[in-house]
Design a protein around this ligand. Structure first.
Ligand code: NAD
Length: 292
């Protein structure tokens, strides 16, 4: 029998991830609160469920790809949610980026209901979701990780079991720290190059081939220099992620001064009205600081 995946949260990331599962031969029953997201699933050959309970009823695997922990808690633990509705023995993969303590709480609650849980946040952006080449960082038991392998395979390229429940989220927090910091510095590099009257695109082409090269320079330098800031990954979501980073640092009693600075730059981006733009819009914050 074909494996049935219940997929909740069909946005920028969840939409193309569901499409890749369909292409790989899974049956996908999906739900999203936004009608356009549901329609896209139907066009891709998936089945639209009336709600979370219906998406879970026949599922062997349930995936959530939701904005933040309140949505994940509501969908997983709420009345008529995943733990209420899923079949015993189901594998529940939360691929959203949320705080690690919520992943641990859900794993505890799920254990009472014979639901197996993994936190499996991703990196690679919209492009990585479309191409099925995400990095997937997985927290939970080795046994459940092995059981999820065939579901992760069409979604990702680098798929790593990093530790117990919540560990995937901690690794994702580290990822967001590096991504945010890199964007902030690439933004400053563009301001520096352009203020000297140089073509920033040409300058960044050289950087991309040297030690300063990164996936961000590779994939985003052209749109950044062209000031194309359609998301992608929204500033509002990165703001949420920097909160997770700094909470984790506080809990672990470590200092992340550069991370704190990046968090403030992302806060400034929101205050300046860029919350719905891609995080590469940090460039406008860097320009505004210098009156450019
Ligand atoms: P998004 O806002 O495009 O998608 C989230 C979807 O969840 C939306 O379609 C929304 O309607 C739906 N939703 C919200 N509450 C719901 C509910 N109660 N029931 C059903 N559906 C609900 O966001 P996204 O960019 O796809 O990000 C999703 C998650 O993935 C976030 O945690 C984000 O931090 C993470 N992430 C995003 C990217 C990226 O590049 N966009 C990359 C890696 C990780």
């Amino acid at each position: 029998r074909m494996t049935t995946v219940g997929f909740i949260g069909l946005g920028i990331m969840g939409g193309p991830m569901a499409a890749n599962l369909l292409r790989a031969g899974f049956e996908v029953i999906g739900h999203d609160v936004v009608p356009a997201a549901r329609e896209r699933l139907a066009e891709q050959g998936g089945t639209v469920a009336a709600g979370v309970a219906q998406a879970c009823a026949d599922a062997d695997v349930v995936i959530t790809m939701l904005p933040n922990h309140p949505q994940v808690e509501a969908v997983a633990l709420g009345e008529g949610g995943i733990l209420d509705s899923a079949k015993p023995g189901v594998l529940y993969l939360d691929m959203s980026t949320i705080r690690p303590q919520t992943s641990r709480l859900i794993a505890q609650e799920a254990a009472h209901k014979d639901v197996r849980v993994l936190d499996a946040p991703v990196s690679g952006g919209e492009r990585g979701a479309i191409d099925g080449v995400l990095s997937i960082m997985v927290g939970g038991t080795e046994e459940d990780f092995d059981a999820a392998a065939s579901v992760f395979a069409p979604l990702g390229k680098t798929i790593v079991h990093v530790g117990p429940h919540g560990a995937g989220q901690t690794v994702k927090a580290a990822n967001q720290l590096v991504v945010g910091g890199t964007y902030a510095l690439v933004a400053e590099a563009i301001v520096l190059l352009e203020s000297a009257g140089l073509d920033a695109g040409v300058g960044l082409d050289v950087l991309a081939g040297g030690l300063a090269g990164s996936r961000i320079l590779e994939l985003k330098r052209e749109t950044m220099v062209a000031r194309k800031f359609a998301p992608g990954f929204r500033i509002d979501l990165h703001h949420k992620d920097m909160g997770i980073v700094l909470d984790a640092a506080r809990e672990a009693e470590v200092a992340l001064p550069v991370g704190a600075l990046v968090a403030q730059l992302i806060s400034a981006a929101r205050s300046q009205g860029y919350g719905q733009l891609d995080h590469s819009a940090l460039l406008m914050v860097a320009e505004n600081l210098s009156g450019k």
